[in-house]
Ligand binder design. Structure first.
Ligand SMILES: *[C@@H]1O[C@H](CO)[C@@H](O)[C@H](O)[C@H]1NC(C)=O
Length: 184
């Protein structure tokens, strides 16, 4: 066997080892995934409404309390069509709990992710806390800060509301989304 053939053989062996060690990782995901699926029955019980889960009215009230601070803003109302969209998207994000927007052209959208016992009201409070960085007179946000969730909540045209929470399949995660529709 020539020297270059030996080198080639070693390379092939290395690649095979890399290939198989990589393959080892892949099936490794399956039992994990399986155990997550096996958990989902338990999770479903755990994610049944708790007494601390806010009602649609609580969620609307939390928004309208903030809107009341600004003269001339109509109050929001819960809309089941919008809420259904929010629920469907929250369910879609169960798989990864990624902080990603649905990118729907239909509605405005605020999203949040968290863990454990986070509720929709917690998310709303978090969004509303951006108020500290927002200047209403100049309609501007402090440099380097985010105000878009707060301005969504006080939007003139965000009138019909729907929010949803889902328990993600990984790491005890929570995904929360609120959608906002314009008046008719
Ligand atoms: C909710 O919104 C949908 C469309 O966005 C509309 O068709 C429906 O009439 C609304 N429901 C109520 C109760 O206003």
């Amino acid at each position: 066997m020539g020297f270059s053939r030996k080198i080639a053989l070693v390379l092939v062996l290395c690649m095979a080892i890399l290939h198989f060690s990589h393959e080892d990782e892949q099936p490794g995901n399956q039992p994990e995934e399986y155990s997550i699926n096996a958990h989902s029955g338990i999770r479903r019980v755990l994610s049944a409404p708790r007494s601390t889960d806010p009602s649609p009215q609580d969620i609307v009230d939390a928004h309208n309390k903030v809107r009341k601070e600004i003269p001339g803003l109509e109050p929001m109302v819960w809309n089941t069509t919008v809420a259904k969209f929010a629920k469907e998207y929250a369910n879609e994000r169960k798989k990864d709990c990624a902080l990603e927007h649905s990118n729907t052209p239909l509605y405005g959208e605020n999203i949040a992710t968290g863990a454990g016992a986070m509720t929709i009201l917690d998310a709303i409070n978090m969004w509303v806390s951006e108020k500290a960085d927002y200047n209403y007179e100049t309609d501007s946000c402090a440099p380097g800060k985010v105000c878009g969730h707060y301005t969504q909540i006080i939007g003139k045209t965000s009138i019909r509301l729907g929010c949803a929470l889902s328990h993600c399949l990984k790491n005890d995660g929570i995904f929360i989304t609120c959608n906002y529709a314009q008046p008719f």
